[in-house]
Design a protein around this ligand. Structure first.
Ligand SMILES: [Zn+2]
Length: 341
């Protein structure tokens, strides 16, 4: 039988309704110069024990964001059915080609998975992955956590992004659900980002389900403190959802934080570089900034005598995120400023 254009071409031998632990892969058909009738095998793990809610977790939607995939791979190895009431679905490297390349976008089709949802059943590799996730994982999930970080080009204060309200969950309930993660910053989302309708978490928003997203530190590196925070944060979310009853990790009191609650009020909080050149930041992550404050300046290595161009904050708040590479092009995001909520 020929699949229709709405039926996923991705195959898996996972039986989502079966009790126990299943470790397998999503088979995405590929045909490349290196592999004519090939399969992209994206690891997936399902742990189910009886009736109960489903928590799905993803990492590696962007391939240069390492902390989430590491925490999810570690969890995949230790989580057993006796830990679980309900179901946990873990896909640590959803955009596997990007993860293997250490790149934000897929080297196979150049696409950014988190700008591709809901995807296309008969589209390119990245579109097929997005479509499978939208049509097979979202409907089976009651909660979701999509683990991002700053990647190679940005560094965040470790943060969890919270949708404002879902179904019968009030904004206050959603905020409390995120605060249990134990992370520095809780960002209340206002859906102002121009592309947010194509994000993975938007599929949960549309379905009326809580879809959380982390932005862990990033900067193209991995630190023990942030990985530990990620692991314990996942565990805290699972316990809070009633899916895991007790601690599965050794206690690590040093990693739990009381969160500051912020929001990123509008697109003007994403500060754009006004020119090409070498960016010199003046503020550290977490610093308070004022609207008329200069947060950095751009130098011009080919015209050393040319005065530097100043970058004003334009908004007051705290520096939530900043750019890592020194060289910038006009339009690059050099900082994100968040406002206390
Ligand atoms: Zn990301």
């Amino acid at each position: 039988m020929k699949p229709s254009s709405t039926q996923s071409l991705v195959r898996s031998d996972i039986d989502f309704d079966r009790d126990g632990k299943q470790v397998s892969f999503l088979a995405v058909p590929i045909s490349t110069n290196e592999s004519a009738y090939g399969t992209l095998a994206i690891p997936i793990m399902v742990v189910k024990n009886g009736q109960g809610p489903t928590f799905s977790l993803t990492g590696g939607v962007h391939g240069d964001e390492y902390e989430g995939p590491i925490a999810l791979m570690k969890l995949s190895r230790i989580l057993e059915p006796h830990h679980v009431n309900g179901r946990v679905i873990i896909i640590p490297a959803l955009n596997l080609p990007a993860v293997l390349a250490g790149q934000r976008c897929s080297p196979m089709d150049g696409l950014n998975l988190n700008r591709t949802f809901p995807g296309k059943a008969d589209g390119s590799v990245t579109e097929m992955i997005a479509h499978y996730f939208s049509s097979e994982i979202v409907p089976r999930s009651d909660y979701h956590l999509d683990m991002h970080s700053g990647g190679k080009t940005l560094e965040y204060i470790p943060s969890i992004f919270v949708p404002q309200a879902h179904g019968d969950s009030s904004p206050a309930k959603m905020r409390r659900a995120a605060e249990v993660f134990g992370i520095d910053i809780v960002v209340l989302e206002d859906d102002d980002f121009p592309d947010s309708g194509r994000f993975l978490t938007a599929m949960f928003t549309r379905a009326g389900k809580p879809g959380f997203c982390t932005e862990l530190a990033g900067g193209g590196r991995v630190t023990p403190a942030v990985v530990s925070m990620a692991e314990h944060g996942i565990q805290n979310l699972l316990v809070n959802a009633g899916i895991v009853e007790s601690s599965i990790l050794p206690p690590s009191p040093g990693t739990h934080r009381d969160s500051r609650i912020v929001r990123v009020e509008d697109r003007q909080c994403y500060i754009m570089s006004p020119d090409d050149g070498l960016y010199e930041p003046f503020a550290e992550l977490g610093d308070p900034v004022e609207t008329d404050q200069v947060i950095g300046q751009i130098h011009f290595p080919q015209h050393a005598d040319k005065p530097a161009v100043q970058v004003p904050a334009g908004r007051s708040g705290l520096l939530l995120c900043r750019r890592i590479p020194g060289m910038v092009a006009r339009g690059d995001n050099v900082a994100i400023i968040a406002q206390p909520a």
